[in-house]
Design a protein around this ligand. Structure first.
Ligand code: SAM
Length: 250
C-alpha cells in the first residue's frame, strides 16, 4: 500500500501510474477531473473464503487475490473513506463519480460518499446477458452488478441523454473471448459498458480518472472517444497490459 511512483504520459491523451491510487491521487490537482469512472475491488475475498468458496479452484488469478479485496471490513471502510475524500478533492464541481460495487456494500458507499461531499444520484444495475451458469441447479445465477452515481458538490452535472430517457440499468454481454485474451483480467469490464457512461457523463476533451484501472479498459474507451485519461493500477502485470492496450487502443 505504500508504493508510490510517477505518473507517465503514454499517449497524447493518457497519463498512467503504477502504484497505490491513494498515493497517486495525491499528485493530482484539486478540481481537475470531470469524471471518475472506476471498478474498485469489491472486498469480497474474506467473505467468500469464510463461506468456504473454492475461489482458488475457480480461477488462478481470481479477484480475491488482488489488493484491497482481502481486507477486514473496518480496514476496507477506512480505505474507502480516504478514497472518496480524494475523489471529492480531485473532482471539479458538478463532476461525476460512477463506480461499480458489490450490492452488499452499496449502503456503506452511499454513506461514505455523501459524508465526503458527493451528492447521491442513482444506484443502477449492469445486467450480463450471458453469465457463467455456475451452480445453476443450486441457486439463482449471478448476472448483475450494481453501479453508483454521484455528483460532486452539486445536484446535477453533464448528462448527455440527447433528449431520450436513459434507464438505470445497462445490458451487455460479458467480455468476448477476444477482449478477454487482450486484457486477461479476472474482473475485466466490457468496453461497451464503460463507453455508455463515458459518453453520457462527459464531453470530448474532458478528463476521466480510473484509479483502479486493471487492464485499462476505461483508458482504451477514452482514447477512441477523445477524452483525456488518467489511470492508476497497483499490480505491475495489469499496469503493463493497460499501457499496451491504451497505446494500441485495443
Ligand atoms: C475490479 S479490478 C478493475 C478491472 C478493470 N475495470 C478492467 O476492465 O480491467 C480492480 C483493480 O484494482 C487494482 N487495485 C487494488 N487495490 C489498488 C490500489 N490501492 N491502487 C490501485 N489499484 C488497486 C487491482 O489490482 C485490480 O486490477
Amino acid at each position: 500500500m505504500s508504493k508510490k511512483t510517477s505518473i507517465n504520459k503514454i499517449t497524447d491523451l493518457s497519463l498512467i501510474g503504477n502504484g497505490d491510487c491513494l498515493a497517486l491521487m495525491k499528485m493530482l490537482s484539486d478540481a481537475s477531473v470531470d469524471l471518475i469512472l472506476t471498478d474498485p475491488p469489491y472486498n469480497l475475498g474474506l467473505f467468500m473464503k469464510k463461506r468456504g468458496t473454492n475461489i482458488k479452484g475457480m480461477r488462478d488469478n481470481h479477484f480475491a487475490y488482488a489488493g484491497w479485496d482481502d481486507l477486514e471490513y473496518k480496514k476496507w471502510r477506512t480505505e474507502m473513506k480516504k478514497f472518496l475524500t480524494e475523489c471529492h478533492r480531485v473532482l471539479k464541481k458538478r463532476g461525476a463519480l460512477l463506480m461499480f460495487m458489490s450490492i452488499i456494500k452499496v449502503e456503506t458507499i452511499i454513506e461514505l460518499a455523501t459524508n465526503a461531499g458527493l451528492y447521491y444520484k442513482t444506484v443502477g444495475i449492469w445486467h450480463k446477458t450471458n453469465p457463467m451458469p455456475r451452480n445453476m441447479n443450486l441457486h439463482f445465477i449471478n448476472s448483475t452488478e450494481p453501479w453508483l452515481y454521484f455528483i460532486n458538490d452539486a445536484a446535477t452535472g453533464t448528462f448527455n441523454n440527447n433528449g431520450k430517457p436513459i434507464h438505470d440499468y445497462v445490458e451487455t454481454s460479458t467480455i468476448s473471448a477476444i477482449e478477454h485474451k487482450i486484457g486477461g483480467h479476472p474482473t475485466q469490464k466490457p468496453k461497451s459498458l464503460l463507453e455508455h457512461f463515458v459518453k453520457i457523463l462527459t464531453n470530448e476533451g474532458d478528463t476521466v480518472l480510473d484509479p483502479f484501472m486493471g487492464s485499462g479498459s476505461t483508458g482504451v474507451v477514452c482514447e477512441y472517444t477523445n477524452r483525456k485519461f488518467i489511470g492508476f493500477e497497483l499490480n505491475n502485470d495489469y499496469y503493463k497490459t493497460a499501457e499496451d492496450r491504451i497505446i494500441k487502443k485495443i
